[in-house]
Design a protein around this ligand. Structure first.
Ligand SMILES: Cc1cc2nc3c(=O)[nH]c(=O)nc-3n(C[C@H](O)[C@H](O)[C@H](O)COP(=O)(O)OP(=O)(O)OC[C@H]3O[C@@H](n4cnc5c(N)ncnc54)[C@H](O)[C@@H]3O)c2cc1C
Ligand SMILES: Cc1cc2nc3c(=O)[nH]c(=O)nc-3n(C[C@H](O)[C@H](O)[C@H](O)COP(=O)(O)O)c2cc1C
Ligand code: SF4
Length: 665
């Protein structure tokens, strides 16, 4: 018999009265899907049920605020009175009926909030220290002693209501620079009274909250204390500090420690972008674990079951918390347990899930269009063998083809290039972005195990589709470059940056030791500059905008690191607020903001001046009787997440378009 894969990961553990079936914990992730007054919504119940079904031992329900002036967001759970217990009872039932234990994270934002989230009030904190992230308009006032004592009581009461709702464990959110962490940190606690002034007094509030909550939940339910092992900000807590702090938290009553990292001023350490390596934070939990005798949970950038197993065996932690990996694939644990690692949809840390507010109000995932939409009906078998053609095998087209296949269509996927991937290849080629290629590999595996017929080197036109007359056509043909009028733009030394990253243009292999120019300070220009510099070129990056706007459409945490890297790369120089006015075979002429011109050596010029949607004419297809849709960049230039979400939306809507239900009245 074959040995079970990942035996330590799938071994049980007992923490006080609670048995964990395995070592996997879902870490708290706000869903922004709450009901009125911070109550639990039916959508949240469906979302957590699915994650519990996937085999996770403990589901930590997202942060619930214990007091209204401590709300971090509009869309946050509130448990400041018994009013919302009813929803939590249903939520806990759903989690437990699906085979997992349920924990609730209790939270107070302290200074890390805006007045408009807390009814126009001024935020409160141990001391009035401005947060870089929230700025001067959100500066907090210092809590009075009576308020501090009241807050200890608020945590205890919320914990009691959580227990009444049936939660098996309580997690205190003292990580990421929120109130409990603010009392501990010398950066934010400048008091000189019983609640601050030295190490002992900074510990007093967290210890008092732990003791009060422990008293409220009883000895048989674990109290998990989540804190940042290192705050990664000047003047903040370091790992050396938290090594000293950890035993005090345990002595106060914490049954397990959950070691996260960072505060809001440095979000790239809290929810790290893809440039951070696999398992980079394990040293934090390892160092804390060496100082305490209670179980320690690690979290952050653990994507592979093999990393999790190794960390447990090496004694880096006793439990592994997964956040985004369970957003993208709730069945990560079940698949790992069955040894089907290749079936796990990989989280690339693209951070679309924390992307611009408003684009997807509830939680979502770039690769998993059902995340946050678990109440949607399952895709039915409505295709009934009808023909569907998908044109373009970028992420949008591949996902559309897979969904149509699942819905029972006979699917042909046509791709103009010799391989699938499209913009996903472009996105995953620059340095530090190779995680995105894991998603491409996953999609390729899904394609090869599906019934989709793939036609490579097959560029299709709308006229050809009309002649083929499938029942359904999905146009996922991406974008085209915006054309520029520059003297010399047609020279053979001029290349589209997009094509270079796509690998269709062998020029990248010939830039070693050459001086080249990249024209465009957007995400594509900046990434192309880094890509070419990595290949030995001396790059001049010419931006029409000010340097502060470099890569402005990139995901903000990744962007922060990209800009830092560009700034310290000796092979990249930036000229801002300038235009290229002439291109010659060996040089470019640049016009600066004051109208003066300068010439610069350039054996090649890479244009990164934006793209426009390919926008195929759907009306021609529709008038030929084909149900047609256009998705992704072909429709509107966006991200992988938008292309995948479009694919899902279009396929889900097709059933009604193909088989309309007529209601007689
Ligand atoms: C430099 C760069 C970096 C990026 N980084 C990120 C990132 O980090 N994260 C992120 O989310 N997004 C990123 N994006 C955006 C992302 O690449 C796109 O939003 C995404 O690829 C759009 O997917 P799509 O399926 O709509 O189109 P595409 O990925 O563009 O796919 C279109 C496909 O259609 C094919 N095609 C075109 N015409 C035809 C035809 N007539 N017949 C057959 N096939 C055809 C093309 O060859 C191509 O394979 C980046 C974009 C660029 C340029
Ligand atoms: C959408 C989203 C919401 C989050 N909300 C919370 C939260 O409510 N409480 C918390 O402690 N951490 C929160 N986090 C941080 C995660 O719990 C986790 O620590 C982080 O994502 C790193 O782990 P991962 O790499 O496994 O995702 C959130 C993360 C994401 C992506
Ligand atoms: S959106 Fe990106 S980072 Fe977030 S869970 Fe999905 S794949 Fe991971």
């Amino acid at each position: 018999m074959l040995a079970a894969p990942f035996p330590t990961l799938f071994s049980p553990l007992r923490i006080v009265g609670l048995t964990f079936a395995n070592r996997i914990v879902m870490s708290a992730m706000s869903t922004h899907m709450v009901g009125p007054g911070g109550s639990v919504s039916p959508q949240q119940i469906a979302y957590y049920r699915e994650r519990a079904l996937g085999g996770t031992a403990l589901i930590t329900v997202e942060y619930a605020c214990v007091s209204l002036e401590g709300k971090a967001r509009d869309w946050q759970l509130v448990l400041d009175s018994p009013a919302n217990i009813g929803g939590h009872i249903k939520l806990v039932e759903a989690i437990k009926d699906s085979g997992a234990n349920a924990s609730l994270q209790l939270h107070h934002a302290g200074r890390q909030t805006y007045p408009h989230y807390i009814g126009g009030r001024q935020p409160v904190a141990p001391s009035p220290v401005e947060s870089k992230y929230f700025g001067p308009a959100a500066i907090a006032r210092a809590l009075t002693v009576a308020e501090i004592e009241g807050l200890i009581d608020s945590f205890a009461k919320s914990a009691k209501w959580a227990v009444e709702a049936g939660y098996d464990a309580i997690e205190l959110h003292a990580a990421h620079g929120y109130l409990l962490g603010q009392f501990l940190s010398p950066l934010t606690n400048k008091r000189d009274d019983d609640w601050g002034g030295d190490f002992e007094r900074r510990l007093r509030f967290p210890k008092a909250v732990i003791a009060a909550v422990k008293a409220a939940i009883g000895t048989h339910r674990p109290l998990i204390y989540r804190f940042s092992g290192d705050e990664f900000v000047p003047g903040g807590l370091t790992i050396e500090d938290t090594e000293l702090i950890a035993p005090h938290l345990v002595a106060a009553g914490a049954d397990a420690l959950h070691v996260s990292a960072g505060i809001m001023d440095c979000m790239e350490f809290v929810i790290e972008p893809m440039s951070m390596p696999e398992g980079w934070r394990l040293y934090l939990s390892r160092r804390v674990k060496a100082k305490v005798d209670v179980p320690v949970i690690t979290v952050g950038q653990v994507r592979l079951p093999s990393t999790a197993e190794r960390a447990l065996v090496a004694g880096d932690a006793d439990l592994i918390a997964l956040g985004r990996p369970l957003l993208v694939d709730p069945f990560w644990p079940a698949k790992a347990r069955a040894g089907k690692v290749d079936d796990i949809r990989p989280c690339t840390s693209c951070n679309w899930c924390i992307g611009p507010a408003g684009k997807h109000r509830g939680v979502g995932c770039a690769e998993n269009p059902r995340a946050g939409r678990e109440l949607d009906a399952a895709l039915s078998d409505f295709g009934k063998g009808r023909d569907a053609i998908v044109v373009g095998a970028g992420p949008g087209g591949i996902v559309a083809a897979l969904l149509l296949d699942q819905a029972g269509f006979k699917v042909a996927l046509h791709e103009a290039r010799p391989s699938v991937g499209g913009g996903l290849i472009v996105s995953g080629t620059p340095p530090h972005k190779e995680n995105l290629l894991l998603y491409l590999e996953y999609l390729e595996r899904r394609l090869s195990s599906s019934k989709v017929t793939l036609h490579l080197n097959s560029r299709r036109t709308t006229e050809e589709l009309c002649a083929l007359k499938p029942a359904v056509a999905v146009m996922a043909i991406g974008s085209a470059p915006l054309l520029m009028e520059i003297d010399g733009i047609d020279a053979p030394t001029v290349h589209q940056a997009f094509d270079v990253l796509l690998g269709d243009d062998g020029v990248a292999t010939r830039v070693q030791g050459q001086s080249v120019v990249v024209y465009g300070g957007g995400e594509t220009g900046c990434e192309t500059a880094e890509f070419l510099a990595d290949r030995g070129a001396r790059v001049l990056l010419v931006s029409r905008s000010p340097q502060a706007k470099l890569a402005r459409s990139a995901e903000r945490l990744y962007r922060k690191q990209l800009r830092e890297r560009l700034g310290r790369n000796p092979n990249i120089a930036v000229i801002e607020n300038s235009h290229i006015v002439r291109i010659e075979p060996d040089r470019v002429t640049i016009k600066g903001p004051d109208g003066s011109t300068s010439t610069h050596a350039a054996s090649a010029v890479f244009i990164a001046q934006g793209r426009r949607p390919a926008a195929p004419p759907l009306d021609i297809l529709e008038s030929a009787g084909i149900r047609a849709a256009c998705i992704g960049d072909a429709n509107d230039i966006g991200r992988i997440g938008e292309a995948v979400a479009d694919a899902y939306r279009v396929v889900m809507a097709l059933e009604k378009r193909l088989d309309p239900v007529f209601v007689a009245c």
